[in-house]
Each structure stands twice: as C-alpha cells, then as structure tokens.
Design a protein around this ligand. Structure first.
Ligand SMILES: [Zn+2]
Length: 137
C-alpha cells in the first residue's frame, strides 16, 4: 500500500467540488494511479445510498471503472467519500466496509468553514493516517 496519497491541487479540487455538489448527501469515488500513490485519474461516482450518513459505490459503475483502470494500466490508489457534517475520520461503518486492504481511504469533511481532507489505511479494522502530498500537474 502507498505510504502517502499524492495528487494535484486540481484533482483535489475536483473531489471537493463533487462533495459540495452532492451535499447534503455523501459523495464518493475512486482515485486510480500507480503503486506509489500517485493519482492519475479521478473517478467521481454515484453514492447509491443517497444518504447524508452513508455511502456505497454502485457495483456496476465500479466494474466499469475497474475495467477502464485495467485498460489504462492504473492501480486502485484510494476510495474517497465525503462527510457533509462530520469530521474527516472513518466511521465504524467506514471501517466495516473497507474491503480493499491495499487501498487508501480519503475522507473530505465539509463540516467546517473550509473543507478538510484526511487519508487513511484501514486494514483489519486498524486505522492509520497517511500523508496527503499535493504535487504539481
Ligand atoms: Zn464515512
């Protein structure tokens, strides 16, 4: 698993814009790239729960994204979702539903006056925060 999530300011902005557009529902998606955590593509996806407290990727959309990633030689770097009105820390359910031990989990909080982003590894219920490194395009 990458030791940090590395993405450009433009990529992070597109994720935050997606989160704002879906609020008050949680927003979600997939970040694809290389094994060092460099994000090459951002997939903004649908939260099929349409809930302010939960998210679930659409499995059909997820298969399409995985197909695209395979065709482009991209790895799963992170799964992201937003917390429209709570802190950017994983909920108990987020930990239960962290099915990809090699993936990072990015959470965007819109609870404060400015959006906050934190990234984690979640393996067997154990949560560890990892750095988010902003890199130039
Ligand atoms: Zn959550």
């Amino acid at each position: 698993m990458p030791d940090a999530l590395r993405l450009s300011p433009a990529q992070l902005s597109s994720i935050i814009e997606h989160a704002r557009a879906q609020a008050p529902e949680e927003a979600c998606g997939i970040l694809a790239g290389d094994v060092n955590g460099n994000v090459g593509r951002v997939f903004l996806m649908e939260n099929i729960e349409h809930s302010p407290n939960f998210y679930m990727l659409d499995s059909r959309e997820q298969f399409q994204v995985f197909d695209t990633m395979e065709a482009e030689g991209l790895e799963l770097v992170a799964i992201f979702h937003s917390h429209p009105h709570s802190e950017a820390v994983p909920s108990a359910r987020d930990m239960e539903l962290a099915f990809y031990p090699d993936s990072l989990y990015l959470i965007i909080s819109l609870a404060g006056s400015e959006p906050e982003s934190h990234a984690y590894s979640i393996v067997d219920g154990e949560v560890r925060e990892v750095d988010i490194v902003l890199v130039n395009d």
